[in-house]
Write a protein that binds this ligand. Structure first.
Ligand code: NCD
Length: 309
């Protein structure tokens, strides 16, 4: 059994490939599980940015495992509104909880929280940087939908510049021999840092502004929302906001078994008509968040053994 007890989850780079695979296997055992293995444990959610899936799937996981959740879902109702620093908030809340879940608009906020907290910290999204638990549930989904993780042809499309879910997933895919195509407007290109990660790992990738050439060979299409809140200039957002819409017409060029994923929320980048497509996986993907986050919490809090044996 891999040792997750007491660990922070700040970036996907904190975990070896074997550990990630172990987590996915553990998550399969937690699917649909309601069992009070987290009785007496308290998890705090410090969410300084909007969230539906990450926040509620973590709360659902804690509830199904018999633990308790405390916290806030908006910076305005925390003492940040009175001028409290993140470091002070963390120092206080760690006295109330066994684990901290943090989402924050600033890159590096989760790392900072982890430096101040004695209890484990899980990064639930720090600015445009990383979103590791999204990546774990994305991998869980890919394995279910595509039947494997290795050697897949994967197309990322949308906001590759500000999309933290993309940054984390791209980094992990280097360990799985993926062929990657990056489709975005020039302005929303995958940042140099992540392109270097791919290049250093010897992963072949191509970049294009239109999906036509990429779709026919793809095993999985990962679509993302244009991250409006990260644009310093609203005029730049206006220029790219309607860059792509995946519809059934576009999918005619794709394989019948192309898995279509999206971390959600969706704005207009996938037409509603696609929802009925048998391989539109995005709602299943969001639901898998409970199993993956249940496993992660149980492992970090040292309560997974009775489910794993
Ligand atoms: C993502 C995020 O917050 O980065 N949402 C999520 O957690 N599922 C993606 C997004 O907001 O576009």
């Amino acid at each position: 059994m891999q040792d997750f007890v007491g660990r922070d989850v700040i970036t996907v780079g904190d975990f070896e490939k074997e550990e990630v695979l172990f987590l996915l296997d553990a998550a399969a055992r937690f699917e649909g599980l309601s069992r009070p293995i987290l009785a007496g444990k308290v998890v705090a959610t410090l969410f300084f940015e909007p969230s539906t899936r990450t926040h509620l799937s973590f709360e659902s996981a804690v509830g199904r495992l018999g633990g308790a959740c405390i916290g806030f879902a908006e910076a305005g109702v925390s003492s940040q509104a009175k001028g409290e620093t993140l470091a002070d908030t963390v120092r206080v809340v760690e006295g109330y909880a066994d684990l901290l879940l943090i989402r924050h608009p600033l890159e590096g906020a989760a790392q900072l929280a982890a430096e101040f907290a004695e209890v484990p910290v899980i990064n639930c999204g720090d600015g445009a940087h990383q979103h590791p638990t999204q990546t774990f549930l994305d991998l869980f989904t890919i394995r279910k939908e595509c039947g494997r993780l290795d050697g897949l042809n994967i197309v990322f499309m949308g906001d590759l510049r500000f999309g933290r879910a993309v940054h984390s997933l791209v980094a992990v895919l280097t360990a799985f021999d993926a062929m990657i195509t990056l489709v975005s407007p020039r302005y929303l290109r995958l940042p140099q840092e992540q392109r270097h990660v791919l290049a250093r790992a010897g992963i072949s990738y191509r970049e294009m502004t239109e999906p036509d050439e990429a779709l026919p060979d793809a095993d999985m299409l990962y679509v993302t929302r244009i991250q409006r809140e990260r644009f310093a200039d609203p005029a730049e957002y206006e220029k790219v906001r309607n860059s792509y819409t995946v519809d059934l017409e576009m999918l005619k060029a794709a394989r019948d078994n192309l898995a279509i994923m999206h971390p959600l929320p969706r704005v207009n980048e996938i037409a509603r008509e696609v929802d009925a497509h048998p391989h539109a996986a995005y709602f299943r993907q969001a639901h898998y968040g409970v199993a993956v986050r249940s496993a992660l919490l149980a492992l970090i809090l040292g309560r997974a053994e009775e489910v794993m044996e």
